[in-house]
Design a protein around this ligand. Structure first.
Ligand code: PBE
Length: 268
């Protein structure tokens, strides 16, 4: 079909995720920037979005989703990002680890480990795929840490283990963050002697928890663009430990069999 038929084919719907996700804000902005006046962004969850994608691909039907990399969906399905000539989804995104004020003094071992922690999208991809194929996040973390003992050793080298101090991480149930958080929990518990609570929360509370000190740290801050609003609000109330991954990306994603290439092609 000609590109301008795509709106009717998908009922002018973009399948989104949870309301607090930065990608929902970026997509609302994209609808404005690209003048997609009669389009709707459908709220849901990461799990509902991947279920809708799976169903569409099985039936070779059109679908437009809010997507991001790293994500196992790019290994499982043949997908493409729609070009974003207006750069609404930004350029080079990074995932940062953020920590509460005072963490360095209170938990120097955990702080230094989190400060060193950095991995690649291939690393995370291995863990995400294992989880998607049925491994529990705990087991996937253990497997990853065992296979990549050299990296774990680098992150923990010379650090003095503690004996059972409790530590709180928070994360949102995005597949990428389920992976990173479980890996941190595993290393903090099995290499450094902590007892870790990994709290699953919404995006807003993830940031407020660290900012008000209820939570010790989170590996899930997407910057500079995706979480720009949260960052602007909380940056003075927390410590940015820098990127734990670079070269990440967000945008609108479609199956490769769809006959469109750019967000501009969505306009009727
Ligand atoms: N994500 C995954 C998040 C950050 C991590 C891209 C869905 C978001 O949009 O806030």
């Amino acid at each position: 079909p000609p590109p301008n038929a795509v709106g009717d084919e998908v009922d002018h719907q973009i399948i989104g995720i949870d309301a607090g996700a930065g990608i929902m804000k970026s997509t609302t902005q994209a609808i404005k920037d690209y003048d997609l006046t009669n389009w709707t962004l459908v709220e849901g969850s990461g799990a509902a979005m991947t279920a809708a994608l799976d169903k569409a691909v099985k039936n070779q039907e059109p679908i437009i989703i809010t997507g991001w990399t790293p994500h196992w969906m790019f290994n499982k399905y043949d997908l493409k990002y729609l070009e974003d000539p207006k750069k609404t989804y930004g350029e080079s995104e990074e995932i940062h680890t953020i920590a509460r004020k005072g963490l360095k003094e209170d938990h120097p071992t955990a702080y230094e480990f989190l400060n060193r922690f950095a991995w690649t999208s291939e690393d995370m991809g291995e863990m995400m795929t294992a989880i998607q194929e049925g491994a529990s996040p705990e087991l996937a973390a253990q497997d990853w840490a065992t296979k990549h003992a050299d990296k774990v050793a680098e992150w923990t080298k010379g650090l003095q283990p503690v004996s059972g101090d409790t530590f709180k991480l928070s994360y949102v149930a995005w597949d990428s963050e389920i992976a990173s958080t479980n890996l941190l929990k595993y290393v903090l518990e099995h290499e450094l002697g902590y007892k870790v609570d990994a709290l699953q929360v919404e995006a807003g509370p993830m940031w407020t928890g660290v900012a008000n000190g209820d939570v010790d740290a989170s590996p899930a801050a997407w910057l500079p663009l995706t979480h720009a609003d949260y960052w602007a609000e909380y940056k003075d109330k927390l410590d940015d430990l820098g990127p734990n991954m670079t070269g990440v990306k967000t945008g609108l994603v479609v199956p490769a069999y769809m006959n469109i290439n750019s967000i501009e092609d969505l306009k009727d």
